[in-house]
Design a protein around this ligand. Structure first.
Ligand code: COA
Length: 260
């Protein structure tokens, strides 16, 4: 598949999706949203790819938001359709069957923060700048920001960020739990790759079940979340991977997971 706005590659079991519009600070026009959807779908069913890393091309930006030129043209129904398409992408990422890591290498504004919020793990370089500045354009976040930001960092902090539209640095993002780690810009890819490799050494079905349990459980009352956990635990127990993982521990060797 040829992409106009992405650089997509596979390397040692990891799928890399690099948004490649550096002259526009990797702003998300609708073609890029469509291509991202296609790229994630291609990795979803690719047995070679065990985890996905998402980043932006160039030194300055992860994603500087939705394309403001396109936003300026929207009326009520086009605006609603536009964000519904973006939300399909963020739902695909959030519920992806393999771990997805955002390597936030600079500006992650508006849709950039929202795409990062949908990823399972967020790692920021020390030059990252994040925020939801949509209100400065007379808009609100539309790719899930009003929903996922509050769920991740709490309602009070989300209200402040979204109502002020202010841009925060990497350390502040770390402090509020918006990102998991901050690393030197030059170390970002290596750090994310090492973390991804550490993750994909684990049982792939267990990873998929853990993502599902956490995502779906958070939207349920605790008792229902625990039932879901029990169902998924049972599902894992019925896999060859769990037999292999437990056997390997008892035999003091590394497990050889087959994803079965
Ligand atoms: N949509 C469309 N184009 C964008 C963009 C966006 N969200 N963000 C940046 N660009 C474009 C700029 O228009 C500029 O294009 P040009 O060279 O053709 O004029 C290019 O990317 C570089 O951006 P520039 O503003 O010159 O870089 P900067 O370093 O001075 O400023 C930002 C960087 C991120 C502070 C600034 O680009 C910005 O505020 N962008 C919009 C962020 C935003 O509001 N995002 C949320 C949208 S919902």
């Amino acid at each position: 598949m040829e992409y106009s706005n992405l650089d997509v590659k596979k390397d040692r079991g990891l799928g890399w999706i690099v948004i490649n519009r550096p002259d526009k600070l990797n702003a998300l026009n609708s073609d890029t949203v469509k291509e991202l959807y296609t790229a994630f779908m291609s990795f979803r069913d690719d047995p070679v790819v065990k985890a996905v890393l998402l980043t932006g091309a160039g030194e300055k930006a992860f994603i500087a938001g939705a394309d403001i030129g396109e936003l300026s043209q929207l009326d009520f129904s086009a605006g609603r359709d536009y964000v519904l398409e973006g939300q399909e992408l963020t739902k695909l990422i959030e519920n992806f069957n393999k771990p997805v890591i955002a390597a936030i290498n600079g500006f992650a504004l508006g849709g950039g923060t929202e795409i990062a919020l949908a990823c399972h793990v967020r790692i920021a370089s020390d030059n990252a700048k994040m925020g939801q500045p949509e209100v400065k354009l007379g808009l609100i976040p539309g790719f899930g920001g009003t929903q996922r930001l509050a769920r991740l960092v709490g309602k009070g902090i989300a209200m402040e960020l979204i109502l002020s539209g202010k841009i925060i640095g990497a350390q502040e993002a770390l402090q509020m739990g918006l990102v998991n780690h901050v690393v030197a810009h030059s170390e970002l890819s290596r750090f994310c790759e090492d973390l991804a490799q550490e993750i994909v050494d684990n049982g792939p079905i267990a990873l998929e079940c853990a993502i599902k349990a956490i995502n779906e459980g958070l939207d349920k009352p605790l008792a229902e979340g625990l039932l879901l956990e029990a169902e998924l635990f049972g599902k894992c127990c019925a896999t060859e991977d769990s037999k292999e993982g437990t056997k390997a521990f008892l035999e003091k060797r590394k497990p050889d997971f087959q994803g079965k």
